[in-house]
Write a protein that binds this ligand. Structure first.
Ligand code: MLT
Length: 410
């Protein structure tokens, strides 16, 4: 009989967001008249920008005719998209990248998971706590860890607690690690990291021959000009960091699917026999073997984000969500909640009132206000006693949710 990958059995029963969905469906079935407002998963609600829609339609028309028909594209993405991203999104930051250093994909969640293919299992991995669960769970799935302890920490992973005391910014590991996951603006806490903070991490990585996985999925929500959008704004990062970006939150592509990874040629690891080897070459090899590229219409739609019109329209949508974030942040602060995040980031991280656990608060909010959020403990043990609200809802729902919470917790 075929044997299963036992590592999967080490995982908690379900992934966080489907578990929330299951509870909300059960609640809705029992309370069919309740108007449930969902501010849980960070899923966008605004339509795609008109320039993006037009490019999408045009690309489908291309596929309908002989002259512009497109079959398999380059596995790592079309040059016209990669070069548009480099020109519009990296050059203005003072970051020079080669076309060969960027890879277009069908989304950042897959990239964050797939990157583990090109790293040996022996590498020691450091992960923040709380954290986007994909980083932790994919390391368990691939077999890098032992079992979880009673708190939920897996053996062989170095956890870096992010607490109110350290401003939700993890301290550098005390020992040597080989891979460090960083996510700024942070999911779930909405914290941002300044230049000085990121410089510490790059210096650590260079000194320890470590690689930083920098998840910049939320960089488009930064408004403060002092906050870096890319790890490559920090000197030396092109020797030690791989960056992930996503069109999901930036341009409303959660259902369309498009992301990108930057693997600079200077990021090196060692072979089993001790020679230095470029991760870029390995990632290219992996990509060309296991992936046939994001679809042509999706890449055309993604390229339209970087057109003059598309850029302005996309920015308007981001501003809309950031206004939601302000409404949630200020509304709940006035209601007496202790609030973090929600500035330069689309997530609001709040302390649960009255010492409630994260799941107790989830149930209370769902039952009494019919509002769905995400329990902080779902992101890791240090998230216990916290709760995340997403700013990606419809404006009227956001306003109503804040009103309901304010009334209920008066
Ligand atoms: C979240 O709510 O944390 C995100 O939407 C999940 C994701 O991007 O996969």
């Amino acid at each position: 009989m075929a044997q299963i990958n036992d590592n999967y059995l080490k995982l908690k029963a379900g992934y966080l967001f489907p578990e929330i969905g299951r509870r909300v469906r059960a609640f809705a079935a029992e309370n069919p008249t309740a108007k449930v407002i969902r501010l849980g998963i960070g899923d966008v609600t605004r339509p795609l920008a008109p320039a993006v829609i037009k490019a999408f339609h045009d690309a489908v028309d291309d596929l309908a005719g002989i002259d512009h028909f497109a079959g398999y594209g380059p596995e790592q993405g079309y040059d016209w998209l990669i070069n548009a991203i480099i020109e519009k999104s990296y050059k203005p930051l003072g970051v020079e990248l080669k076309t060969e250093e960027m890879f277009i994909s069908d989304g950042s969640k897959c990239d964050c998971a797939n990157i583990l293919d090109i790293f040996a299992l022996e590498n020691v991995v450091a992960i923040g706590d709380p954290v986007y669960p994909v980083y932790n769970d994919t390391n368990v799935m691939i077999g890098r860890t032992g079992e979880a302890d009673e708190k939920g920490y897996y053996e062989n992973i170095v956890y870096l607690p992010c607490t109110e005391e350290n401003g939700f910014i993890p301290a550098l590991p005390t020992g040597k690690v080989d891979i460090i996951y960083l996510c700024f603006p942070n999911n779930p806490t909405g914290t941002v990291a300044g230049r000085e903070e990121l410089t510490k991490w790059v210096e650590y990585a260079l000194a320890n021959d470590a690689v930083i996985f920098f998840d910049a999925a939320y960089e488009a929500f930064i408004t403060d000009p002092e906050i870096p959008h890319s790890i490559y704004e920090i000197e030396g990062a092109k020797q030690c960091a791989i960056e992930f970006r996503s069109f999901s939150k930036t341009a409303g592509f959660t259902g369309v699917r498009c992301g990108l990874v930057v693997v600079p040629e200077g990021v090196m690891g060692t072979t089993g026999t001790g020679e230095r080897y470029s991760f870029n070459k390995l990632w290219l090899r992996r990509t060309t073997t296991k992936f046939n590229g994001a679809s042509y219409p999706v890449q055309r739609a993604a390229a339209a984000v970087y057109s003059e019109e598309g850029w302005a329209q996309t920015k308007e949508v981001i501003d809309y969500y950031m206004e939601n974030a302000r409404i949630i942040r200020e509304g709940l602060q006035e209601a007496g909640f202790t609030i973090f995040g929600g500035m330069n980031a689309p997530y609001i991280w709040l302390k649960t009132p009255g010492g409630l656990t994260s799941w107790e608060f989830f149930d209370k909010l769902l039952n009494e206000c019919n509002v769905v959020g995400t329990p902080g403990s779902g992101f890791g043990p240090s998230g216990e006693g916290y709760f995340r609200l997403s700013a990606f809802g419809h404006r009227e729902n956001v306003v109503e949710a804040v009103e309901r919470i304010r009334k209920n917790f008066k």
